[in-house]
Ligand binder design. Structure first.
Ligand code: S3P
Length: 205
């Protein structure tokens, strides 16, 4: 079995990365056999992209709650908000979280508003190591505005809305997070690398 540092040095190399990728889960599970990695943070924090990257690096399954909701309703998130309203979205989001019981560690990607309900906070804590992806506000907002399918930002002054959401939610993310990772100026690969290294530090020696 290969250790995380050794695995890390190998995945930096293209050829080795391909041939050694199947050992990823073993390496990850070596340091943390029981806990999933739960990504939390604002819209634009990079949760979905980093989730895909972590999935590639570790070989673990990826469960994306927004994807689960879109599949359940059979329509995109923006349309869920438009047709059923935010309350219905939030109720279904909590339900999806309640029903999430991976039998093996997984990469769990959440929507930015997951921390709004206290029931969710308890469920998230039980699910795994909660990793809060952060960046400075300008970076977060500029990333979040690259896509125009985020219903909460389809407003007259999206920047002000974003700012207010960030102000309200920061303490909620802080309360649930086991780790906070600053993603400013980092690639998804670098963020993933940092997450795995920090989780390794959390693991009992
Ligand atoms: C939301 C964030 C979105 C999505 C929905 C609500 C929020 O996910 O769940 O539009 O309340 O911040 P992302 O954080 O992946 O954009």
């Amino acid at each position: 079995m290969i250790s995380i540092p050794a695995y890390r040095s190998l995945v930096g190399h293209r050829v080795a990365a391909t041939s050694f990728q199947p050992l990823g889960p073993a390496a990850y599970c070596d340091v943390n056999t029981v806990r999933s990695i739960v990504l939390i943070g604002m819209m634009g924090a990079g949760k979905s992209s980093v989730g895909r990257c972590l999935q590639r690096r570790t070989g673990l399954a990826r469960l994306d709650i927004d994807e689960i909701l879109a599949a359940e309703f059979g329509i995109p998130i923006a349309q869920i908000f438009a047709t059923h309203g935010e309350e219905k979205f939030r109720a279904t989001e909590t339900n999806a979280l309640r029903n999430l019981a991976p039998d093996r560690p997984a990469i769990i990607v959440t929507g930015g508003g997951i921390v709004l309900r206290s029931e969710n906070v308890n469920l998230l804590k039980k699910l795994g190591t909660c990793v809060w992806l952060t960046a400075d506000e300008a970076t977060l907002f500029s990333r979040a505005s690259r896509r125009n399918d985020r219903p909460l930002l389809q407003k007259e002054n999206p920047q002000a809305v974003y700012s207010e959401l960030l102000r309200q939610r920061e303490p909620l993310y802080a309360a649930v997070a086991d780790l906070q990772i600053d993603t400013s100026g980092k690639t998804h690969d670098e963020v993933s690398e940092t997450i795995l290294a920090r989780i390794e530090q959390l693991a009992p020696k």
